[in-house]
Design a protein around this ligand. Sequence first.
Ligand SMILES: [Cu+2]
Length: 119
Amino acid sequence: MKHEIMWWMSRLTIMLTSLFLSFSLAAQAYAADITMGAGGNLVFEPNEVTINTGETVTFTNGDLPPHNMVVDGHPELSHGDLAFMPGDSFEVTFPDAGDYNFQCDPHSGAGMKGVIHVK
Ligand SMILES: [Cu+2]
C-alpha cells in the first residue's frame, strides 16, 4: 500500500512538472509586444523588432485609436480589423523567416509603420 502511494506521488510529480514545462514553453513563444499609438503619437512602439520563427507578437492599442496592422504582401498575417478601444489587443504569429513591413492603414500617411525581422 505504501509503495502504491509513493508510485502515484511520483507519477503526479512527473505530470505536474511536464505541465509546468509546457506552460513556460508556451510563454516563451510570446516574443514581443508592440504598442499602437504609444504616448499619443501615431507610431508603433517599438517600430522594429526581431523574433524567432514561430514566435508571436502582441499588438496593443495605446492612444488615438483606431489602429490596425497590415503586413505588406501578407494578408494571412495582417489584422485588418480596426482595434477601437484603448487596451484592445491582438496577436500575430510569424511562421516563416523574413522581413515583414507593416503599417496601420488609417495612419500610414502619418508614418505609422514598422518592420518585424523573423530569424
Ligand atoms: Cu494607427
